[in-house]
Ligand binder design. Sequence first.
Ligand code: ATP
Length: 342
Amino acid sequence: MSKTFDSTEALNDLNLTIRPGEFLTLLGPSGCGKTTTLRLLAGFEEPTSGEIWLAGRPVQGLPAYKRPVNTVFQHYALFPHMTVFDNVAFGLRMQRLPAAEIRRRVAQALELVRLGDLGNRRPQELSGGQQQRVALARALVMEPKVLLLDEPLGALDLQLRRAMQVELRQLQRRLGATFLYVTHDQEEALAMSDRIAVMRGGRVEQVGTPEEVYLRPATRFVAQFLGEANLLEGEGAASGRLRWGDYHLAVDRHLQPGRTTVALRPEQVRVRWPGSAAPVGPAENRLHGIVAERLFVGTGTRLVVEVAGRRLAALLPAGPGPDLGDQVELCFSAEHCVVVAP
Ligand code: ATP
């Protein structure tokens, strides 16, 4: 589908299939069209062109309240004058369900988000994370086939965010519901998703499991958006290797002549320095350079090594390492040199 607002093209021929019961994350920079995609699915907007099918049928023209989806936004608006219980019960009361059923379903929803004993509190008597969970319970109690979540953890501190990531993921598995989740946090996307759709400029650039998009990025953009990547730009040589400065590097496939870009993760680069043990394992590629930068990053040390006038980043595990200015050897295998589209 495509969506244009006045002169802004928010979605440009976006094509995406979400499987029943999966946790799919839309990941991309600000303005790439994530929220617009959710709003179109929820029925708050209609596409300029294209179609949306939900649970086997087209939903064009169907008003939001008739669609089998529920939405949790980042800025969840709880009713401040109502208790937690009444906030969660609101949608069910609108449907005029019997009181006993409402009580049972609200209790169950609060139990799911571990707020079973806080039903009588009001929103202002809760922490940010608890309020967030009330917003979730309010959506879950409607038992949607599809839950749309727009940066639902955006307002939380890192520790709570991590805990809620685990809880949300467990909840989704337990319910067997389809979750479409929006974030611009790549770590969150990698940790939670069955699949990730990496978006850019109103399109889906790559869809795959977290392992696929991280380890086998299809484009430069995906390689750089998901963590750090060295981008080695060179020419396909007659040998089928990448000519990169003076080196002929073995990469993940046989190359044709022409300009080629290869992505290489810093943690896949192993480093030998004066006095270090020889790195174990195969490494088709061995380069020599000088340590130009050295940064302690907690879990290890990030090095920038100058190799024949070019720079390569390497991530060393915690422990001893080379000093600035040391001569080092960089080793990496062909399978980690992934050819990416421009
Ligand atoms: P963020 O991560 O910042 O929330 P996003 O990926 O969710 O970004 P969208 O909110 O979907 O991005 O916006 C996509 C593009 O469409 C942006 O250029 C935005 O300015 C534009 N846009 C979105 N809604 C409207 C609107 N109602 N009117 C005009 N332009 C809009």
